[in-house]
Design a protein around this ligand. Structure first.
Ligand code: E4P
Length: 215
């Protein structure tokens, strides 16, 4: 499964990129607003690191506006994937943009039927927001399971990008189901590498090493 960071912080992205575990980045208007920088300057910095997949969201809500913004974003760098919201206008815009070869990430997906439609209009990624479903008492992971099953049934090439990830168990469950990608905040990605027994074990090894005669 590919691991993406869900952030617009170039510092966070650079840190994970240097570890070699990062496969891509997703951004959204809320994340960009936290950075106090222009959207394009953030995108240029992230793409310059060499990250191969960088999702950038349109803010227009009409078909023409989405297509215009999508073309502009795609033109900024070959690594850009255009994020389009799952609305009737978004479906039409996705069909047009993917027909031109633009890779579209259909975002704000909360049902399997929406994911079915994203696939029909040629989206490259579909992004089910599982944490937001959990927040309101629905099981986000069940949605991922349904989408993966449906896409397998029909040999759909659209990749399932599990979004709105809140903790490592979301990542684990998504991997067990066979989702293609999980995008997560920096803190969640950091936790994937951590285990208290690793820290304890290392501390003991280092302490014991002090008893080994040197020289
Ligand atoms: C995905 O592309 C979105 O940016 C993101 O995962 C939304 O997550 P949130 O529910 O934590 O805002």
């Amino acid at each position: 499964m590919q691991l993406f960071l869900d952030t617009a912080s170039v510092t966070e992205i650079r840190t994970m990129w240097e570890t070699g575990i990062l496969d891509g980045v997703t951004t959204n208007p809320t994340l960009v607003a936290k950075e106090g920088r222009t959207f394009e300057s953030v995108l240029r910095d992230v793409c310059a690191l060499g990250v191969p997949s960088v999702s950038a969201e349109v803010v227009a809500v009409d078909v023409d506006g989405m297509v215009r913004e999508g073309r502009h974003l795609r033109g900024l760098h070959p690594s850009i994937y255009v994020k389009i919201p799952m609305t009737p206008a978004g479906l039409r815009a996705t069909r047009l943009l993917s027909g031109e070869g633009t890779r579209v990430n259909m975002t704000l997906v909360f049902s399997a039927n929406q994911a079915l439609l994203a696939a029909k209009v040629g989206a490259t990624y579909v992004s089910p927001f599982i944490g937001r479903l959990d927040d309101q008492g629905q099981d986000g992971i069940e949605l991922v399971r349904d989408i993966v099953t449906i896409y397998r049934n029909y040999h759909v090439p659209t990749k399932v990008l599990v979004a709105s990830v809140r903790h490592p168990i979301h990542v684990l469950e998504a991997a067990k189901i066979g989702a293609d990608i999980a995008t997560m905040p920096f803190a969640v990605m950091e936790k994937l590498a951590q285990h208290p027994l690793t820290d304890l074990g290392l501390a003991r090894f280092l302490k014991d090493w002090e008893k080994v005669p040197k020289g």
